[in-house]
Design a protein around this ligand. Structure first.
Ligand code: SF4
Ligand code: SF4
Length: 81
């Protein structure tokens, strides 16, 4: 999963781009729900939020490294629900 750092300027550009509805406004900055973030696997070749963020504050979460297979399995769980 990806994460949003405290450099976020709350511009709201990323939220509508997420195909999994994983992004929402948090208390101070936008947040990504790691249970819903597939790094866009299953939908797009590149993480859409990273493409649009004007301040490049959406890196991979080093505490939540996932393989492509795990991400695809998550995508399948989400779309089946
Ligand atoms: Fe959503 Fe894709 Fe960004 Fe994850 S990488 S938060 S699935 S837009
Ligand atoms: Fe924050 Fe970047 Fe999303 Fe804008 S696009 S709300 S700066 S994470």
């Amino acid at each position: 999963a990806l994460m949003i750092t405290d450099e976020c300027i709350n511009c709201d550009v990323c939220e509508p781009e997420c195909p999994n509805g994983a992004i929402s406004p948090g208390e101070e900055i936008y947040i990504i729900d790691p249970a819903l973030c597939t790094e866009c696997v299953g939908h797009y070749d590149e993480p859409q939020c990273q493409q649009v963020c004007p301040v490049d504050c959406i890196p991979l979460d080093p505490e939540r490294e996932e393989s492509r297979e795990e991400l695809m399995a998550k995508y399948e769980r989400i779309t089946a629900a």
